[in-house]
Write a protein that binds this ligand. Structure first.
Ligand code: DX5
Length: 231
């Protein structure tokens, strides 16, 4: 059985936007595996956050992979620009792409890893035809747009279903990333269901004891489910 190493991926959405560089450097120093940049356009989701200049600026301050989550309409318009700005993983929503296969192909042609994301109400079958081409599947465990929301329990069976679909398709290497309401409480459940990349915003940047303790707790909670690191 393939063990997929747990990745802890802080989301900058919950960081201090007046000090994003310091927030990313703190995550890197604390052992984060990547940093997620939530790009929102106010159309695909009811919020507006950051875009290309911030990705380019963060590229200059960290060696961590930048996991850029495009919560925007028609993301194919900006794929080239975000990879150029420094995105290592570029994730688009199946709900926002008229030509998903072509968009995923383009991301990979540019040398980045291609992720596809599903909103909570979007069924697993929507990734059936693209799973042979992606490098990551992002399963949203909140409705996208804001940090600090409650974890949506009903999404857990979908994580299991997508894990089964990927494994049956010979894509055991493709991680499932989960995003929204991920904490030391929910982390074990999503990892047991088959996720291995855990995005966390408020659980990291809102932790009373700081980023390092937050990441340590998340990793311990998650790894306890996989047996990784057992001697
Ligand atoms: C929500 C964003 C998430 C969010 C997670 O639209 O995509 O990345 O920042 O925040 P928490 O971990 O606080 O739910």
């Amino acid at each position: 059985m393939t063990t997929r190493p747990v990745h802890i991926v802080p989301s900058i959405l919950s960081a201090d936007f007046a000090n994003l560089g310091a927030a990313v450097r703190a995550a890197e120093a604390a052992g984060a595996d990547a940093v997620q940049v939530d790009v929102m356009d106010g159309h695909f989701v009811p919020n507006i956050t950051v875009g290309l200049p911030v990705v380019a600026a963060l590229r200059r301050v960290t060696r961590l992979p930048l996991d850029v989550h495009l919560m925007i309409e028609a993301p194919e318009r900006y794929v080239d620009a975000f990879v150029e700005a420094g995105a290592d993983v570029l994730t688009v929503h199946v709900e926002a792409c008229r030509h998903l296969h072509r968009t995923v192909q383009r991301i990979r042609e540019l040398g980045a890893r291609a992720g596809v994301a599903l909103n909570p109400a979007t069924p697993a079958v929507m990734v059936q035809e693209i799973m042979h081409d992606v490098d990551l599947v992002l399963v949203m465990t909140v409705n996208p747009g804001f940090g600090g929301q409650a974890f949506i329990e009903s999404v857990v069976p979908k994580i299991e279903q997508i894990r089964r679909m990927l494994d049956r398709a010979g894509r055991e290497d493709v991680p499932i990333e989960v995003d929204g309401g991920i904490s030391r409480t929910t982390a074990p459940r999503v990892v047991a269901a088959g996720a291995s990349w855990l995005v966390a915003g408020s659980a990291v940047y809102g932790h009373p004891e700081g980023v390092e303790q937050a990441i340590r707790e998340l990793r311990e909670a998650a790894v306890g489910q996989t047996g990784e690191g057992d001697q």
